[in-house]
Write a protein that binds this ligand. Structure first.
Ligand SMILES: [Zn+2]
Length: 191
């Protein structure tokens, strides 16, 4: 096999591993016992709760990188990283903008609430039912929602000089505006 052919073959295998077909359902406890890794791309068009916080969801995808495993104390966990480029309205200039959201999580898979108290600080609890599959997109959606900015805005001074001028004019108009209550009290004083 020539070097070029070998290189193409290795690249093909790497891409295949990186973008495996993701399952719709996951079985967290079983996956932790198996040490499963999931890497791939997920369409976000079904994530309606996430969509409520966005300008639109057109063509949005999330890159998924998940490792299910068991730690030294035999605690099953999920380490996940989800990256998605999402479209918002900037709350400062009201223009559409794109932000890359990165959500990272380290979840301890527990089956009873009393286990939460004994969890090491690095973990967030994930209460699951044994043998009950979970929807992969629900988990990814929850984690992306938790990572959304409270106030989406450009990371630079996006208001133009014109906008600042009109804002200043508006402030002036408001300052010069005499309230009807002030006129009333002036009239009262006269009487
Ligand atoms: Zn802006």
């Amino acid at each position: 096999m020539s070097f070029t052919l070998l290189f193409s073959y290795i690249a093909y295998i790497i891409i295949k591993i990186m973008y495996q077909k993701l399952p719709e359902e996951i079985h967290p406890l079983r996956h932790a016992q198996d040490g499963l890794k999931l890497v791939g791309k997920l369409h976000t068009h079904n994530m309606l709760r996430l969509g409520d916080a966005l300008h639109n969801m057109k063509g949005a995808t999330a890159n998924i990188d998940m490792i299910f495993d068991v730690d030294k104390e035999n605690l099953p966990y999920l380490q996940g990283k989800f990256i998605s480029s999402l479209t918002f309205i900037c709350e400062r200039c009201m223009h559409v903008m794109s932000l890359t959201i990165t959500a990272k999580c380290l979840l301890a898979l527990i089956q009873n609430e009393y286990e939460i108290k004994s969890l090491s600080k690095q973990y967030e609890p994930w209460l699951i039912k044994i043998n009950e599959p979970m929807q992969l997109d629900c988990l990814v959606e929850d984690e992306l929602i938790l990572a959304l900015p409270l106030v989406p805005k450009h990371n630079f001074d996006c208001l133009s000089i014109d906008a600042w001028h009109s804002l200043a004019e508006e402030t002036e108009i408001i300052t010069n505006f005499t309230s009807p209550f002030a006129i009333l009290s002036a009239l009262k004083l006269k009487n």
